[in-house]
Design a protein around this ligand. Structure first.
Ligand code: BMA
Length: 337
């Protein structure tokens, strides 16, 4: 595949964080006011040697960079996000941020675990201090990804509801798309990519990083899981928790969506864009996980893809945009047949 992993990988891990941190992963990354900004997930309280669940918690941290590789991390976790969890009787975890800049404001898509299910949300910030929550979905939904410009005057997002009843109580979840006039009210939802249409997936898929615009269409990443009961259980989670089961690989895929209506898929990559191969991807809290959350198109045509690896560290891989587009093959959807 066209992507080259950064020689600096992992580009951010617990050792770089000036506050309590164990697992640094699934970050959103954008360019904002001339700098790269990363909002990363920190799951604290874990250790490869074991942990006590009462000491485990999740928060978000913020980092800035001039080159997209080396990061200055703010000395404290993002207070506004932490306060939201601390003061809400409903929300107990706020995680997996994705960042999209539209009209000089930064939009943050996120997931929250609540007492009544998992919800996907969108918030907006001008300064990475405070944010305003614009929408929170009904459960269960997450992996929201907002497009970097309005499509025919409306906001567009990809999302991943997770229905069980209609899917025979199996983890067979698809990517959906919805429009909004104001980022608050969402509708005209349709399935975009079905799990049955991804040759390297036998379980679920979900949107990954906010896409980039090319002349041929919106180029977007997604994550796809491959369940293999024969796959050896691996990762600290399983080693320390007899109830944990982990048979899944998380791979990254690539799709091209119609510029005028991104609910239409033009093509997908027939093989994974990235699959776990390096030690930092194979070993960690959950081995064999690649989970992209950031994608930036540079002026010279280089694409930076940021991804969480093994639910433990944050990594970077790059490729020329033309080489990524060359991976796309025509697509006839089975999910709408
Ligand atoms: C998904 C989410 C992600 C995580 C991935 C692999 O369901 O929980 O946050 O990275 O599983 O564990």
């Amino acid at each position: 595949m066209a992507l080259i992993r950064s020689a600096s990988n992992p580009i951010l891990s617990a050792a770089d964080i000036p506050f309590d941190a164990s697992l640094i992963f699934n970050a959103g990354v954008c360019k904002f006011h001339g700098r790269y900004v990363m909002v990363f997930r920190n799951d604290a309280g874990f250790s490869p040697d074991g942990w006590d669940w009462k000491d485990v918690y999740t928060n978000l941290g913020i980092a800035f960079s001039n080159d997209g590789i080396h990061w200055d991390v703010r000395p404290e976790p993002w207070k506004f996000a932490a306060d939201l969890v601390a003061t809400s009787p409903e929300i107990f975890r706020f995680y997996d941020p994705r960042l999209t800049v539209i009209d000089d404001l930064c939009y943050l898509c996120f997931a929250v675990d609540t007492r009544h299910g998992v919800r996907g949300g969108i918030a907006r910030t001008a300064d990475f201090e405070k944010f305003e929550i614009l929408s929170l979905s009904t459960p269960d939904n997450r992996n929201m990804v907002l497009f970097p410009e309005k499509i025919n005057g409306r906001f567009f997002r990809l999302e991943r509801p997770f229905p069980e009843y209609s899917r025979n109580y199996q983890e067979r979840f698809d990517i959906w798309g919805s429009y909004s006039p104001d980022c608050r009210y969402w509708g005209e939802s349709e399935v975009v990519l079905g799990v049955e249409d991804v040759p390297f997936c036998n379980a679920k898929i979900g949107p990954a990083a906010p896409p980039i615009k090319t002349e041929r269409g919106w180029l977007a990443t997604f994550h796809a899981t491959y369940k293999d009961p024969e796959c050896a259980l691996h990762g600290w989670e399983v080693a320390n928790n007899p109830d944990a089961v982990w048979h899944k690989k998380y791979l990254a895929g690539l799709m091209l969506l119609d510029l005028n209506d991104p609910r239409k898929v033009i093509g997908i990559s027939s093989s994974p864009l990235l699959e776990p191969q390096e030690k930092y991807e194979l070993e960690g809290f959950r081995g064999s996980v690649i989970f992209p959350g950031g994608m930036i198109l540079e002026k010279d045509g280089e694409v930076k893809i940021y991804y969480g690896a093994a639910d433990t560290v944050e990594c970077l891989a790059t490729a020329p945009v033309e080489e990524l587009l060359a991976q796309i093959t025509p697509y006839t959807p089975r999910c709408r047949a």
